[in-house]
Write a protein that binds this ligand. Structure first.
Ligand SMILES: [Ca+2]
Ligand SMILES: [Ca+2]
Length: 160
C-alpha cells in the first residue's frame, strides 16, 4: 500500500513537472499564410516598396512559447518563370525581438516593409523581349526543433 502511494506521488510530481514547463507550445503550428506587396514610390530617386505579411495562426500563449524557444520566420524571394523559378534574394530570418515579428492573440505575425532602388534584385527579367517581372516569396515558419511549414505568396507583377 505504501509503495503504491509513493508511486502515485512520484507520478503526480512528474505530471506537475511537465505542466510546469509553461512556455512549451501546446499545439503544433500547422498553418502559415504569406503575402507580398510591391509598390512604387515615384519620388526622386524612384524606388520600389516591399511589404511582407506572414501569419501563423495560434493562440497567444503558444505564439510566445514558440518564439521563446527559437521559433522564427524565414523569407526567400523568387522570380516566377517558365520552368524553374529563379532564386532572387534571402534568406532573411526574423527571430523573437526582431523588428516586425510579433506574438499576439491571433498568433505569430511578421509585418515588414522596406524600399529598394529601381532595378534591384526584384528586376528578375530584363531581356530585350521580356522586361516584366513576376516576384513572389516563400515564407517558412521554423520551430525551435527545426519543424518547418511554408507557404508561397501571391505573385506581384510589374517593371521592378
Ligand atoms: Ca519571370
Ligand atoms: Ca524587369
Amino acid at each position: 500500500m505504501n509503495r503504491i502511494l509513493t508511486r502515485l506521488a512520484a507520478a503526480l510530481v512528474a505530471a506537475v513537472g511537465v505542466v510546469g514547463l509553461v512556455t512549451t507550445p501546446a499545439q503544433a503550428a500547422t498553418e502559415i499564410t504569406a503575402n507580398l506587396e510591391i509598390g512604387f514610390n515615384t519620388g526622386v530617386p524612384a524606388a520600389r516598396t516591399i511589404t511582407l505579411s506572414v501569419h501563423v495562426p495560434m493562440n497567444e500563449y503558444d505564439a510566445n512559447g514558440y518564439l521563446i524557444h527559437g521559433g522564427r520566420i524565414q523569407v526567400r524571394f523568387y522570380g516566377s518563370d517558365p520552368g524553374t523559378d529563379q532564386f532572387l534574394h534571402g534568406p532573411i530570418t526574423w527571430y523573437r525581438g526582431d523588428h516586425g515579428l510579433t506574438a499576439g492573440p491571433d498568433g505569430i505575425r511578421l509585418e515588414y516593409s522596406w524600399e529598394v532602388p529601381q532595378g534591384s534584385f526584384l528586376n528578375e527579367d530584363d531581356g530585350f523581349a521580356n522586361k516584366g517581372d513576376e516576384v513572389y516569396i516563400t515564407a517558412k515558419f521554423i520551430d525551435g526543433d527545426g519543424g518547418t511549414i511554408s507557404d508561397d505568396s501571391n505573385i506581384e507583377e510589374g517593371l521592378f
